[in-house]
Design a protein around this ligand. Structure first.
Ligand SMILES: Cc1cc2nc3c(=O)[nH]c(=O)nc-3n(C[C@H](O)[C@H](O)[C@H](O)COP(=O)(O)O)c2cc1C
Length: 174
């Protein structure tokens, strides 16, 4: 039983972020190609499945990011769902303002996808933009999934209260 409770009436940015951090998520990398054809990735947890038929998913991307502009200019993006050992990839793709080119060693060859595919991802969904909507500081992109890739890893990378976590198998079995 929880020993203390706290009710916060004013919803400021700190409180909002703190509450949202209580939602445990997987970690994804949105992949795009830049103007020079180089593969780039951006770490994103704001992702969910929307519809099976047609196959739709959504990502929420800040309009301050370069990835946002690349999605808008190409009308395409990929989403790689990261495996447990991928904290280095996640950190690489989350550094604001840094070069987030994806090294060739991280990429799957011959995946058949149109967007860059991380070889170590659990799965990758290749999408065309089905529709998009500006909401607050972000754009919600609904992607129509046109191609799927499945990697050989089996454990997800999780994010909760500002840190990476791994799935605890004994809990997952209940
Ligand atoms: C764990 C984690 C999750 C993130 N999720 C998102 C997200 O869902 N949407 C978003 O716009 N930014 C998210 N970010 C921030 C972007 O990864 C970050 O702003 C990135 O530097 C933008 O890259 P770009 O400007 O090169 O596109 C997240 C960062 C971290 C560390």
């Amino acid at each position: 039983m929880a020993s203390t409770t706290e009710s916060v009436q004013a919803v400021d940015a700190h409180g909002f972020r703190r509450a949202m951090a209580s939602f445990a998520t997987g970690v994804n990398v949105i992949t795009v190609y830049d103007e020079a054809g180089q593969p780039h990735g951006m770490t994103a947890t704001a992702f969910c499945s929307v519809s099976v038929d047609p196959p739709l998913l959504l990502v929420c991307v800040s309009r301050d990011t370069r990835t946002h502009d690349r999605i808008v200019s190409t009308d395409r993006f990929g989403v790689g769902m990261l495996s447990g050992g991928s904290t280095k990839i996640s950190d690489h793709c989350a550094r604001p303002g840094a070069d987030k080119r994806l090294p060739a060693a991280w990429l799957a060859e011959g995946s058949g996808a149109r967007m860059p595919v991380l070889a170590s991802a659990l799965a990758h969904a290749d999408c065309s933009v089905h529709e998009h909507q500006d909401v607050g500081t972000h754009t919600v992109f609904i992607g129509r999934v046109e191609h799927l890739y499945f990697g050989s890893e089996t454990e997800p990378l999780l994010f909760f209260q500002g840190s990476y976590h791994r799935l605890q198998r004994d809990m997952a079995d209940h």
